[in-house]
Design a binder for this molecule. Structure first.
Ligand code: HEM
Ligand code: HEM
Length: 432
């Protein structure tokens, strides 16, 4: 490691990277396990999406009669066309996963409090925009998969009370997916969303610097600083190369899906929403649509946004999970939540639901309110149990309950993506 003593001035030619970083950085901040390079990876993926996206635009035509054929032309007749499309497709998938892991890392190191409040909110907004970017891109190939996934995805909007239908029609530019939808999605995908993401990203980076860099343990009093170049920049370079290599391997061997041309008269069975909405689609199998597609996602989004403003009565430690016992509690929560979620899904699949058992009751009460009360009771009992078992502080309880809910949502998403077959029946073999 180069220190100030043996390298009194950082090399000036580190160029643009030094505009993103200060010239000197605390030695502690460059340890890989502090961030796992996830924020940087997300940034690189976005840059790759821009470059490959612009390349795709040279051939892509956003009209129902031409879109599918332009993708075929790109794949079959353009040099590296298939590869560029694959890279754009897989980077879209990785971006959601990496941004989610980055969200977890900032959450578990407590980097959502004090001077980092706003950046947490900007991050959440970036995450939503990334989901929208993927969603709008999904329709563009105009094949059966795209057409029906967007049809199911946008139908979730209908469950928003009062305005749901109007919002859906506004977004679709009609009452079903049509030529207007393709044009609207294309413009959002290639102009509105990318510009918004770039602007927010710049602000996000600026706020990291304004907060004095990434969060570090308070107890760590070491003040030793090292030049950012080469100490941090080299490490970032290695992470970037490893990521690019991984993407290339993936994209060479796995083609982005393309079914037959979209046919509005013939739906796929099962018709699945895009994979990042599979968790919500899975919830629809167990709850009244208002609860599954509206109430639960809204409450989760609200709680995540409110998180920095809840008075937790303690400062974060800057360590992963805050303490050793909180780490144990988080592991315990992830395992118990996964088991409980799986058991509930199986019970619900093979036993009559409350709507059948209580036919005289309004379906909103039988299939919405009753299962919701059961879930809230489970959460309440779990909260009581875990707080006692590990004698946790406020911050640790919040982290542990978050793990419980996040693990459950991940299981729901995996079941939705891989274990739902024809007519969305639960199946026990891999179906993708
Ligand atoms: C955050 C950034 C972006 C994400 C997450 C993203 C994601 C996606 C996804 C998931 C698809 C569908 C790919 C497939 O399966 O076929 C797609 C298609 C497409 N994207 Fe993007 N994209 C991004 C940025 C851009 C930008 C900046 C442009 C151009 C300026 C662009 C242009 C296109 C085009 C032309 C297609 C249709 C070609 C195809 O589907 O292969 N994208 N995008
Ligand atoms: C496009 C997506 C994103 C990009 C490119 C990005 C990039 C970055 C980078 C490079 C850093 C500094 C180093 C690091 O933590 O790895 C950072 C920090 C941070 N990010 Fe993100 N981020 C994104 C999304 C998010 C999301 C989804 C959240 C959470 C909701 C978030 C919240 C934060 C916070 C709170 C910090 C400060 C962390 C600290 O001080 O330790 N970001 N981000």
């Amino acid at each position: 490691m180069q220190t100030i003593e043996n390298n009194s001035k950082p090399k000036r030619f580190a160029g643009i990277l030094l505009h993103l970083h200060p010239a000197f950085i605390k030695e502690d901040a460059i340890a890989f396990k502090r961030t796992f390079g996830l924020g940087g990876m997300a940034a690189l993926l976005i840059v790759i999406q821009f470059i490959t996206g612009i390349m795709l635009r040279f051939y892509y035509e956003p009209f129902p009669q031409k879109a599918y054929d332009s993708i075929l032309l790109l794949q079959n007749s353009v040099l590296f066309g298939q590869l560029i499309r694959n890279i754009h497709h897989w980077c879209g998938v990785f971006l959601v996963i990496i941004a989610f892991l980055h969200l977890l890392r900032t959450f578990f190191t407590g980097a959502f409090q004090s001077s980092r409040k706003i950046n947490w909110l900007i991050g959440l907004l970036l995450f939503v925009l990334i989901i929208f970017s993927n969603f709008t891109g999904y329709l563009l190939p105009w094949d059966q998969l795209a057409y029906w996934a967007i049809t199911v995805g946008t139908s979730l909007l209908e469950y928003i009370p009062l305005f749901g239908n109007s919002i859906r029609e506004f977004i679709l530019g009609g009452d079903e997916v049509n030529a207007n939808t393709l044009l609207i999605f294309f413009n959002f995908h290639t102009a509105v969303l990318p510009i918004s993401i770039i602007l927010l990203m710049v602000y996000h980076f600026w706020r990291v610097r304004k907060a004095g860099g990434i969060i570090l343990p308070k107890s760590d009093n070491s003040t030793s600083v090292v030049p950012t170049y080469p100490n941090l920049v080299y490490r970032e370079f290695i992470v970037a190369l490893a990521l690019i290599a991984g993407i290339l391997v993936f994209s060479v061997f796995l083609n982005a899906p393309l079914l037959t041309k979209a046919n509005p008269d013939f739906s796929l069975n099962p018709t699945k929403a895009p994979w990042y909405f599979a968790g919500i689609q899975e919830l629809l199998m167990h709850f009244h649509p208002f609860v599954a597609a509206f109430l639960i996602p809204l409450v989760i989004l609200f709680l995540l946004s409110a998180l920095p403003f809840i008075n937790l009565k303690e400062e974060p430690s800057g360590y992963w999970f805050h303490s050793e016992k909180a780490k144990q509690a988080a592991k315990f929560s992830a395992i118990s939540s996964s088991i409980i979620t799986l058991v509930l899904i199986i019970i619900n699949e093979y036993s009559p639901d409350f709507e059948t058992l209580l036919p005289w009751l309004n379906p909103f009460l039988s299939n919405g309110v009753i299962p919701l009360i059961i879930v809230l009771l489970i959460l309440w009992f779990y909260y009581r149990y875990i707080t006692k078992k590990f004698s946790l502080s406020y911050l640790e309880v919040v982290q542990t309950m978050f793990v419980f809910v996040a693990a459950s949502f991940i299981i729901l998403t995996l079941i939705g993506i891989f274990f739902r077959g024809v007519d969305m029946e639960l199946i026990f073999s891999w179906n993708f």
